[in-house]
Design a protein around this ligand. Structure first.
Ligand code: NAG
Ligand code: NAG
Ligand code: NAG
Ligand code: NAG
Ligand code: NAG
Length: 257
């Protein structure tokens, strides 16, 4: 056997090994194949990952969907019965059905008012339903600050709004259920930071909600007409679907329109 022949055999063997391992890898990865047509690459997160274009899809394709999201903002206070009812029905249903096309923002303050106390350098809040409501508003404020993703704070808000009882007891239970660290939240509610965050919502509410408007008060892409209040409380999914002008409306919207 010549030296060249041995070299040739080794070459063939390694070639076969490479082909086999590529085959095995492709079998293991079988559920996710990168389609040949690039038009399909950003269809789902799994496909994008299989094609190695997650970054490109995120910045050029999915980002557009994010920019097209309908802005929907809810001005509410924690102990108002109509607010709770609205959040645990219309808002919760919309969140579950069409979260992808909405940018949901909660502003827990409502009809409260505030007075700055120079002696403590803190704002003092007065709430329609008393000190318990102020505490509830502050808890929601801190939860939203620490868990800004709607998928984190929406289940907590839903839980609190659908559970009656002592505010702190309910908040602790709901924090546990929604994987929220209540100690962190409690620290915030006792701190100047929590006070400041609540003040920001006070200013935002005063700048947006007409003083005489009742709560819940909502804005749709910044617009809060009477017509929008009515439509939001009657069929929020339909209102959001009709307002959404971006690509790929969710299947649920086609059913509604
Ligand atoms: C969602 O709404 C918040 C508050 O209005 C805003 O700061 C943010 O830019 C919005 N995000 C998108 C993607 O529209
Ligand atoms: C927390 O979750 C448990 C189990 O899912 C449920 O039984 C309980 O009612 C929830 N508590 C609250 C306050 O929602
Ligand atoms: C809460 O604050 C205390 C005192 O400032 C600190 O020791 C503790 O680590 C904080 N807890 C959390 C969960 O942030
Ligand atoms: C939603 O709000 C964000 C931030 O204010 C804004 O950039 C975006 O254009 C708004 N979207 C719509 C559809 O109005
Ligand atoms: C608010 O909604 C009303 C009624 O739908 C519409 O006529 C008006 O143009 C909207 N205003 C803004 C600023 O979008």
């Amino acid at each position: 056997m010549t030296f060249q022949f041995i070299l040739f055999v080794m070459h063939v063997v390694s070639y076969i090994a490479i082909v086999c391992s590529a085959f095995i890898v492709s079998i293991i990865a079988l559920p996710i194949n990168c389609p040949s047509s690039s038009a399909e690459w950003c269809q789902t997160k799994e496909i994008a990952a299989a094609c190695g274009v997650t970054k490109q899809c995120t910045s050029f394709v999915w980002k557009n969907i994010d920019n097209d999201r309908v802005n929907f903002t809810i001005y509410y206070e924690t102990l108002c019965a109509d607010c709770r009812q609205f959040i645990i029905t219309q808002v919760w249903f919309a969140y579950q059905a069409i979260a992808d096309i909405v940018n949901l923002t909660f502003i827990p303050y409502g009809n409260a008012h505030e007075v700055y106390r120079p002696e403590t350098q803190l704002y003092q809040f007065y709430c329609q339903h008393g000190v318990d409501e102020c505490y509830g508003n502050l808890i929601h404020t801190c939860v939203i600050a620490f868990y800004p993703d709607t998928r984190q704070h929406m289940p907590f808000i839903y839980c609190m709004d659908s559970t009656f009882g002592d505010i702190e007891t309910v908040a602790r239970q709901c924090a546990k259920n929604a994987s929220i660290d209540f100690d962190k939240v409690a620290n915030c509610t006792n701190s100047p930071m929590g006070n400041q965050l609540q003040h920001v919502y006070a200013v935002q509410t005063e700048n947006t909600k007409p003083a005489q408007a009742s709560v819940p008060f909502v804005t749709l892409n910044g617009n809060g007409t009477d017509e929008i209040q009515d439509m939001a409380q009657t069929n929020l999914i339909r209102l959001l679907c009709e307002t959404y002008k971006g690509p790929n409306p969710p299947a649920r919207c086609k059913k509604t329109l």
